[in-house]
Ligand binder design. Structure first.
Ligand code: GCW
Length: 731
């Protein structure tokens, strides 16, 4: 046997000792699945915990409701997790305490307490006051939900290490409607969902175990989201079968403690088909339906029998779900039936349902995503981008007060870059909501990093110049500009059963960011990214800086190697919406055309020579886009058809820009890998390895994209890359 020399033994022993020493110095990095998302509430170091030692050890809750109880439990549990300190709870004031109560309740013990300004529904105020001689921390609001939001905001401060000394913070939501839509099918699959199967449905029934649905509601409440539509806008009529409603009721029950209102997507032909669709049944805990709506031979919205059908159906829903939110409607779109079957308008369709909901306080979201997907592509005047405005602008003022027209941010379909929809400025007497897509359908499907908050900020801050005034989109969709009673934000989230919800831990920043922007669109992308990173990954400075940078750069990087100059995401649009497929955009009726040919590229949407789309904007915005001189480079090909040799404002030709941006983007995506590798040992191994594998994959995909687009455009244009990378043999 070979003897081991003493020096080696000594060195090995020293190495082991050194390892043990260093590991015992750095705090253990616990395994994480991402399931807790931004609500990890990791224990604070003893040093950090010290700065919260003045926090009272008791919670006093005034009043009683599901939501207040949730607020109290959440506070007690998470403070214990972070500070290692139990909090007792009581309904009776006395001594130092954290008081949770609505303003009305608090006035019973503190009649003089006045919020610095009127609190809107869901707004909250965190302050300190002396109650019967004892210094108390007060979390108050005009309603119970606001108290819960205040608790989450307070916990977020501790988790991020913010000081709570002399706290006095009042926060109001920017808009009353802050909803997510889930595109879940009843069989359990999710349309454009990349985080596993539905948390609500399985094999045509509501899941028996709704634990995840409850946890989802908690995540939503923590960022101020107050409504969730649980099923696909391509709605199965079976959702309205009486037996199904009694199943859905169970989902509403797990949402309720978090103040999340449940709503449903419905098919407009329901009056004709519901009653004859087969849905799987589950044991019902409520009495059978009292007012069965029989199937009719029509769904004509102006037929009184149809109005009666909706009334009965809605009454039955409210009997089972008293806090039901309302319906989302996709009609006359992508093959869905709609009011056009009977020569009726979207307003006729929306109003018949709205009138059934009105006595209960429910709302109809009627989607403006109505377009003809059999457009004649030979006709250069045809333009899908015009559809929403053409269909809805003439109906301004025709919708009932409890209808909201839900408008996608751009006129096409969640592309990597689009101008904002002109319809935002085209409805003055109609409620609006902006629809943003959190799930990354056209932006990498969660397999590639694309933090969408900077894109949404550009949309929300875009000034529509209505009547020559400053009218950013955020002020229109929040109801401010035209003083609309209900308005706001809808985000297509599509979380699923995968532990980390969206399929990728980093993609959760988009859900977080949606909620934060819906609450306060003036927050910067940097602030939102920073909050999210600290909550999700901790406060290590290298971790925070690296992840923030990755997130904040990712949209531009993705745009660089996928879709140039506003031409759209050049994905396979007839297939998976993921791989490069620029040819699939052309020569079909879908209308996602870029009009690339041998001479040039881009859609001419000008008033002068094009489709006239630009005429849908206000005069100042028209001016911006109509001429090549003023049109920004990043939207050039959305609005204009130009030769490949056209010189951009940057001085580069279009073709050289395409080559350069694709090479630059692929290189930037490749750089994500070493940036991420620097975090090894600074975060838990599970998420480290998972995300590393994603970045390595993204780096190779970016090269696939680069080559596909560069070769395609070279084949079309015949113009080689000045830098010799495309179109001529490598030296
Ligand atoms: O972009 C398209 C999606 C469809 C979706 C549709 C819509 C739910 O590819 O999957 O259908 O938009 O928004 O209605």
């Amino acid at each position: 046997m070979r003897s081991v020399r003493p020096t080696n033994v000594l060195l090995n022993a020293l190495a082991v000792a050194a390892l043990v020493f260093t590991t015992s110095l750095s705090p253990p990095v616990a395994a994480e699945t991402g399931a807790e998302a931004w609500l990890r509430y990791a224990p604070l170091s003893p040093h950090a915990a010290k700065s919260y030692k003045q926090l009272p050890g008791k919670i006093v809750v005034l009043g009683d409701s599901f939501v207040l109880r949730t607020a109290q439990q959440e506070l007690a549990r998470d403070v214990a997790k972070m500070l290692g300190r139990p909090l007792t709870s009581s309904g009776v004031p006395g001594g130092k305490a954290i008081v949770l109560a609505t303003l009305d309740e608090i006035h019973a013990i503190l009649p003089t307490l006045q919020a610095p300004q009127g609190l809107k529904a869901d707004g909250y105020w965190i302050t300190t006051a002396r109650v019967r001689g004892a210094e108390c921390l007060i979390i108050t609001a005009s309603n119970d939900r606001g108290v819960l939001y205040g608790v989450f905001a307070f916990l977020s401060k501790i988790a991020r290490g913010e000081s709570i000394k002399k706290i006095n913070e009042l926060q109001q939501p920017y808009a009353p409607i802050r909803w997510v839509n889930q595109w879940d099918n009843l069989d359990g699959r999710i349309e454009r969902g990349y985080g596993g199967p539905s948390i609500f449905f399985l094999n045509g029934k509501v899941r028996d175990d709704l634990t995840r649905a409850g946890q989802y509601a908690r995540l939503l409440a923590s960022i101020g989201i107050n409504g969730c539509t649980i099923n696909n806008v391509n709605a199965a009529p079976g959702i309205l079968e009486d037996d199904f409603i009694s199943q859905v009721r169970r989902i509403a029950a797990v949402f309720r403690p978090w103040g999340v209102q449940l709503s449903l997507s419905v098919d407009l032909s329901s009056p004709k088909v519901v009653g004859s669709t087969h849905v799987a049944t589950a044991a019902s805990a409520v009495q059978p339906a009292q007012s069965v709506a029989e199937p009719l031979d029509t769904f004509d919205p102006l037929d009184p029998r149809v109005a009666d059908w909706w009334r009965k159906k809605v009454n039955e829903i409210y009997r089972q779900i008293p806090d039901f939110g309302g319906f989302v409607v996709k009609a006359d779109s992508e093959g869905r039936l709609g009011p056009s079957t009977y020569g009726r308008t979207p307003a006729d369709a929306a109003n018949v349902i709205a009138r059934a909901l009105k006595p209960h306080g429910g709302i109809v979201f009627y989607r403006a995503f109505v377009y003809n997907h059999h457009l004649d592509w030979h006709d250069l005047k045809n333009d899908r981008a015009k559809a929403a405005y053409d269909n809805f602008h003439p109906l301004d003022g025709a919708f009932d007060e409890n209808v909201i027209v839900q408008i996608k941010n751009g006129p096409i379909d969640f592309q990597v870059r689009e101008p904002v929809s002109p319809l935002f400025a085209g409805l003055r007497r109609t409620n609006e909501a902006v629809e943003l897509q959190i799930t990354q359908e056209y932006t990498g499907q969660q397999r590639q990093l694309c933090f969408l908050v900077p894109m949404w900020k550009e949309v929300l801050d875009f000034d529509m110049r209505i009547d020559g005034n400053s009218t950013p989109v955020k002020d229109i969709v929040s109801g401010r500009v035209f003083h609309r009673p209900v308005a706001g934000f809808a985000g297509v989230a599509n979380v699923g059963m995968e532990a980390n919800w969206m399929g990728s831990p980093l993609a959760m920043a988009n859900l977080y960011g949606f909620g934060r922007l819906a609450w306060d669109p003036s927050l910067s992308s940097e602030t939102i990214a920073d909050e999210w990173t600290r909550l999700s990954f901790g406060r290590d400075l290298l971790v925070v800086k690296t992840i923030n940078d990755l997130q904040l750069n990712s949209w531009h990087v993705y745009e660089n190697y996928t879709g140039p100059l506003g031409a759209g995401t050049l994905t396979n649009i007839t297939g998976n919406h993921y791989d490069p497929g620029p040819e699939s955009s052309e020569e079909n009726g879908w209308g996602q055309w870029h009009r690339a040919d041998h001479q040039g590229i881009g859609m001419d949407r000008t008033v002068a020579t094009g489709t006239d789309y630009i005429a849908q904007y206000t005069p100042e915005v028209q001016k911006l886009y109509e001429t090549l001189a003023s049109c920004p480079d990043n939207l050039l090909l959305f609005f204009h058809h130009v030769p490949y040799t056209y010189a951009l404002h940057s001085g580069k030709t279009v073709i050289q820009h395409v080559y350069d941006s694709h090479y630059e983007g692929a290189e930037q995506a490749g750089d994500f890998v070493p940036q991420w590798k620097a975090l090894r040992g600074h975060i838990d191994d599970e998420r480290y390895r998972d995300i590393l594998a994603r970045f390595e994959y993204q780096a190779t995909e970016a090269v696939v994209w680069r080559d596909a687009i560069c070769n395609w455009i070279y084949r079309l244009s015949g113009i080689p890359d000045q830098k010799g990378r495309v179109g001529s043999p490598q030296p």
